[in-house]
Design a protein around this ligand. Structure first.
Ligand SMILES: [Mg+2]
Length: 205
């Protein structure tokens, strides 16, 4: 896949080494696309409302035709890990199925770090869902959270959304949905651009 946008900043000239638990070794905000990033479908064409959840079933919704909607299996654990570190979590989606996407996030249940079960939506501090260049989504997230673009790491499956990097965001292009390997790749890319090395081996989740 061709990168159409040049990196906004050159290789760092100065590096600093941080301990694996230093909060500065992590971005302050992590933002996710929805379709083919958090779940394996296009919500505007593959899902027929209404969505329903059976009782308190975790990470599974069913639509009118019996098709399922769920996060990729490692997503709940990734969200919990980010929350545990106090990292702001956002959504940036261009889908036209705005209400349905919001409903899915409100209905989906995921395990919380304390062992309880919570609505997926409660993990997200900023939710921007509407058709537009994602530059707009990130401007809104920045306005709401006051977090610098350089402190944002973005996971998305579409190369065109690399345009967000003109703002200073780091985007990790993902291939087969969000998982821990993609998290590690994205984190490594963000650290490289920030000139951050981490000492020793670390549990970065
Ligand atoms: Mg997508």
């Amino acid at each position: 896949m061709v990168r159409r946008n040049a990196q906004p900043s050159p290789e760092p000239t100065e590096w600093r080494t941080l301990s694996p638990d230093d909060p500065e070794a992590f971005p302050k905000a992590v933002v996710f696309d929805l379709d083919y990033t958090l779940w394996d479908l296009w919500i505007d064409t593959h899902v027929n409302p209404p969505l329903r959840r059976q009782g308190d079933e975790i990470n599974r919704l069913v639509d009118r035709r019996g098709s399922t909607l769920e996060f990729y299996p490692e997503v709940p654990g990734i969200l919990a890990g980010l929350k545990r570190r106090g990292i702001t979590i956002g959504v940036a989606s261009r889908t036209s199925a705005i209400d349905l996407a919001n409903e899915a996030l409100s209905l989906l249940l995921v395990p919380a770090p304390d062992g309880k079960v919570v609505k997926a939506r409660s993990y997200f501090d900023a939710i921007e869902i509407y058709p537009s260049s994602k530059i707009k989504h990130f401007r809104e997230i920045h306005k709401r959270t006051k977090i610098a673009y350089e402190q944002m790491l973005f996971f998305d499956d579409e190369s065109r959304n690399h345009d967000t990097e003109t703002l200073g965001v780091t985007m990790q292009l993902i291939r087969d949905g969000m998982n821990r390997a993609e998290w590690e790749r994205g984190l490594a890319l963000w650290r490289k651009r920030r000139g951050i090395r981490v000492s020793g081996s670390a549990d970065s989740n």
